[in-house]
Design a protein around this ligand. Structure first.
Ligand SMILES: Cc1cc2nc3c(=O)[nH]c(=O)nc-3n(C[C@H](O)[C@H](O)[C@H](O)COP(=O)(O)O)c2cc1C
Length: 390
């Protein structure tokens, strides 16, 4: 592993800390470049009150020299503006865990008779720092010509119509879809589905419920060979699944057509290689999601990620009081109704981190200029030149 990161910070503490170690020297980064992604995480229909309070901005405290990475670890800080609101009153004691959240298992595991210390860290507030760190990875990928995109394809059981991901081979089309989704409060490129999804979110809010959904993620123009088949934990699919599953509320990750591989025959699962296509490794379909044998095959990487409805419901569920052992209704605290559109920026950040890690591993992580030279040489070879090279 070439790139490592860690975060620290509680939901209502003074701020979030992040360290990203392993970026090559020479990448231009400013706090302004990190802002748009942080703002995307905060926008969208279904967001709760917290998002109206926070105006996330990441400060860069270490790792830059004259506006470029120096090769040293990057240190980042995002202040929690909500912290000031909590300083003058005692935080309430929560003793009734919310089913579906980390509260119950965490309280038992750490021997606590209240859930607050668990929810402070399990809260997805931490994902703001992941977006900041992932945006740095994304800036590296942009230098390498790799673009990251996403769209919501399902929300509250309502599908968005559009071209199937396995047919989306052209970056310009993906960029257009991504931009159209950015204009949509539910991040879809389908006006009818958008209206139905918004109505579903309004209904869920009125009835005190919450909604989940599914997101498709894309990375265009990866070189052939990111990841490897030689060891289980170095496979790119292993790493992508782990990184995406680490996002709170994600319950399933599919690579390419995913669960459909159990339905279709092999001839409609595997992507034939077109020897006449000048782009190396080109296929006319991309059911594999751009990954074969734990490595990129040169086609766009695409994945489908499924997120559960949030566990903090106004329509409270049955639970137990940890102090008395008596049956109680779970507590409700300010919460989002549907986090699926907002989660896109977090999921894109995770995809960027895994690909940046694999890119650095393959092409070197000391200096950006050398990495780009090696990458250009790799991209410049034909399929036959590649194998002759060994
Ligand atoms: C961007 C984002 C925002 C979230 N906001 C909330 C929220 O407001 N309320 C809530 O109960 N869960 C929210 N979650 C989900 C919880 O953090 C998550 O369900 C919980 O930590 C338990 O983890 P698990 O769902 O992976 O089992 C959010 C998740 C993400 C990715």
């Amino acid at each position: 592993m070439a790139l490592r990161h860690m975060t620290a910070g509680d939901s209502h503490g003074p701020g979030l800390l992040g360290i990203l170690e392993g970026m090559p020297a020479g990448l231009a980064i400013t706090e302004e470049l990190l802002l748009p992604e942080l703002q995307r995480r905060q926008a969208g229909t279904g967001s709760g009150g917290r998002m109206k309070i926070e105006r996330d901005r990441a400060r860069i405290l270490a790792g830059l020299h004259a506006g470029r990475t120096s090769g040293a670890p990057l240190g980042l800080l995002i202040e929690n503006l909500d912290f000031a609101n909590w300083q003058n009153h005692q935080p309430p004691e929560y003793t009734v865990p919310r089913p579906g959240h980390a509260d119950l298992a965490g309280a038992v595991k750490y021997g606590l008779d209240q859930t607050r210390p668990i929810s402070e860290r399990a809260s997805a507030r931490e994902t703001a720092m992941r977006v900041a760190i992932g945006t740095v990875a994304r800036l590296l990928l942009a230098q390498a010509g790799i673009g990251i995109y996403s769209r919501v394809v399902m929300l509250g059981g309502i599908p968005a119509q559009g071209r199937p991901a396995e047919e989306l081979l052209d970056e310009a089309e993906l960029r257009r879809i991504h931009s159209a989704c950015e204009e949509s409060p539910v991040r879809v490129d389908d006006a009818a589905a958008e209206a139905a999804m918004q109505a579903a979110i309004d209904n869920a809010r009125e009835s005190g419920d919450s909604l989940g959904g599914s997101v498709e993620l894309f990375a265009c123009n990866p070189p052939i060979g990111l990841g490897t088949h030689v060891a289980w934990d170095r496979r790119l699919d292993t790493r992508l699944a782990a990184a995406l599953m680490s996002v709170p509320a994600v319950k399933a990750v599919e690579i390419g057509i995913g669960s459909d591989v159990g339905v279709r025959p092999g001839s409609l699962v595997h992507d034939q290689v077109d020897a006449d296509n000048p782009a190396h490794g080109a296929r006319s379909s991309n059911r594999a999601g751009g990954i074969e044998g734990g490595m990129t095959n040169g086609m766009p990487v695409w994945l489908r990620v499924h997120l559960k409805p949030v566990a903090t419901l106004q329509k409270t569920l049955h639970s137990v009081d940890l102090q008395s052992g008596e049956s109680r209704r779970a507590r409700y605290q300010r919460s989002d109704v549907c986090i699926v559109p907002r989660a896109c920026s977090v999921l894109e950040a995770e995809l960027a981190l895994v690909l940046a890690d694999a890119l650095l591993e393959m092409f070197g992580q000391d200096r950006l200029d050398l990495l780009l030279e090696r990458l250009a040489a790799h991209r410049g070879r034909s399929l036959v030149e590649h194998v002759r090279h060994v």
